[in-house]
Write a protein that binds this ligand. Structure first.
Ligand code: OXD
Ligand code: MN
Length: 587
């Protein structure tokens, strides 16, 4: 498919190490993908689901020890430890290559190596970057075909260029003790071994589009962020775009595909999804910040997704989707997961493959991290700008977390530098759904803790730098939201889901200078939020928009402790904002 010397030499080297029986180039054609689906079904790697109810849909089950990203086995191998920073696992690149070479040696013997050329972003867009993933898994090929743009058009775009990210994945024995997800940012190289779980093996996603890309962005003057992108259309037909970063389990996909409350729908408001997980941002020729979603599909968590919670995501899974580790309804060969409806199948195969009565079964039928891989074009509210190679102009950047008491429903940062500080102090309290203690604060700056490909302190510095380059008159305004504030009895005070639109409207009004705000120690607070048709009393709303100074003085201690690990590398702008916040709180 190519005469590109850099590609062929690298492929040769990798094949000599892994010794596959066969090498197959993925051209992206439907015929080739269909043949691979048939092969995966014949070998038992995938199950073909009910083609009348779920046309083009397949099922896959991973090993029980291989169901999630493995942060403790994820490495950033920069030349020095300082470049990776205190929150990334690090090993000397030469040492890591040597260690992994041993594991890869002969790992594809008796197997086929697939060569997947892929583009993150529309092929040929000025935002886009090319990767090539070598893998011995058909499941990976078929997922990459949904999540990215693949095949011959990508190789044609690359031409003779050596500028591509070199990705190697071998499934090997899925041995958790020998599982490694390794980024070598300086080499634009990703090596993943002993896993078959999406987040560890679909190397275009977290490994490239966030870890490697964040490093490239720092070098090249752009940004790779763990953010959804949505467009909000007003009754005049004007669309404004918002990027938002939240840690896991805060409803990013739900917000990206939000359905407005009835009264706003009637007025003509609409929401358009550009992306649900990753944004690549660049400054356009006009000095504004623009974003693309580098992905072509959604790799979403299935449990909790229902017609009520996320109609659009569910609709996106109705065709050409791969389901991983959900439960199967054996009566009609369809899928089920907790939260889909209140009717678990009686004749059920739970995610590990055991046949059970779903009605009386005690455990979870679907794994809590079971997933759907769905083409973005299936989503009823996919933005008409989704393929726009120039991206969409960003009006607002939103950071969020799950905080029971600390953060108000919404507040606005005073300026870009303060906004970067707000992102850098992002945190979420652990929920009962996750293992470990409940209510523990996990600091997750810009939701990038597991995904930053270099020193987090330098990453803060890069954010500050970008602020200096964006035209100040056109810079996005920065906000923080918290949908999870609780009263003293532990009840959520804000309805969330579609009603979050009310907060987004205040945000956009602020961007256009149309809404009033009051100054507080932490930022601008709304005077009020539109509560039309909402069953919420004045006192609750007041409480939702309040700042408890004593709680915040405690919060500052946590922030200081967290920042201390970066030592002198922490940018002055962040230190200054911490001092300013402290001064405002003590006033
Ligand atoms: C994801 C994640 O899968 O953030 O998107 O873990
Ligand atoms: Mn994510």
């Amino acid at each position: 498919m190519t005469n590109n010397k850099a590609v062929l030499n690298w492929l040769d080297e990798m094949a000599q190490m892994t010794t596959p029986d066969k090498i197959v180039w993925i051209d992206g054609s439907e015929e080739q993908l269909e043949a691979l689906r048939a092969e995966a079904v014949a070998s038992g790697e995938m199950i073909k689901l009910n083609q009348e109810k779920l046309p083009g849909c397949y099922y896959h089950r991973t090993a029980e020890n291989d169901v999630a990203r493995v942060e403790d086995r994820t490495f950033i191998c920069t030349p020095t430890k300082e470049e990776a920073g205190p929150i990334n696992n690090w090993m000397d690149p030469a040492e890591m290559y040597a260690k992994l070479r041993k594991l890869y040696t002969g790992s594809m013997k008796g197997r086929t190596m697939y060569v997947i050329p892929y583009s993150m972003g529309p092929v040929g867009s000025p935002f886009s970057k090319i990767g090539i993933e070598l893998t011995d898994s058909i499941y990976v090929v078929l997922n990459m075909a949904i999540m990215t743009r693949i095949g011959k058009p990508v190789m044609d775009q690359l031409g003779d260029d050596a500028d591509f990210v070199k990705c190697l994945h071998a499934k090997k024995d899925v041995d958790p003790e020998e599982r490694y997800i390794v980024q070598f940012p300086q080499d634009s190289t990703i090596w993943s071994i002993n896993s078959a779980y999406g987040g560890n093996v679909l190397l275009g996603k977290k490994c490239f589009a966030l870890r490697i890309a964040s490093y490239l962005g720092m070098k090249e003057g752009w940004m790779a962020e763990h953010m959804l992108i949505l467009g909000l259309e007003n009754p005049k037909g004007e669309v404004k775009y918002i990027c938002a970063a939240f840690p896991s389990a805060c409803g990013k996909t739900n917000l990206a595909m939000l359905i407005p409350p009835e009264y706003l729908k009637k007025k003509g408001y609409k929401v358009w999804t550009v992306g649900d997980d990753i944004a690549w941002l660049r400054i356009g020729p006009d000095g504004r910040l623009y974003a693309i979603n580098p992905e072509a599909g959604f790799f979403g968590v299935a449990p909790g997704t229902s017609e009520k919670t996320n109609f659009n995501a569910l609709a996106a899974t109705k065709k050409n989707t791969i389901f991983t580790n959900v439960a199967i309804n054996n009566d009609d060969n369809t899928v089920w997961w907790e939260g889909l409806d209140k009717n678990p199948p009686e004749n059920c195969t739970e995610w590990t493959g055991k046949h059970v009565n779903g009605k009386t079964y005690e455990g979870k039928l679907a794994h809590p991290n079971s997933r759907f891989t769905a083409p973005a074009v299936n989503c009823p509210c996919i933005s008409p700008e989704f393929e726009n190679p120039q991206g969409v102009p960003i009006s607002a950047i939103v950071f969020g977390g799950r905080r029971a008491k600390t953060a108000p429903l919404v507040y606005q940062a005073y300026d870009w530098q303060h906004g970067v500080f707000v992102g850098a102090t992002m945190a979420s309290e652990t929920t009962a759904a996750a293992t470990g203690a409940v209510g523990v604060v996990r600091r997750d700056p810009m939701a990038m803790k597991p995904f930053v490909g270099y020193n987090m302190a330098d990453y803060f510095g890069h954010w500050l730098e970008m602020g200096n380059k964006i035209d100040p008159a056109k810079a996005p305004k920065i906000f923080h939201v918290n949908w999870f504030r609780q009263d003293d009895e532990g009840n959520f005070m804000w309805p969330g889901f579609g009603d979050n639109m009310r907060v987004l409207l205040w945000i956009l009004d602020r961007c256009e200078g149309k809404a009033d705000a009051v100054e507080s120690a932490i930022g601008y607070l709304p005077e009020s939020i539109d509560t039309t048709d909402l069953d919420i009393n004045e006192a609750t709303l007041k409480e939702l928009l309040s700042v408890d100074k004593d709680v915040w003085k405690e919060e500052i201690k946590g922030q200081k402790e967290y920042f201390a690990q970066f030592g002198d590398r922490l940018p002055k702008g962040i230190k200054d904002e911490l001092d300013k916040l402290e001064a405002r709180l003590n006033k």
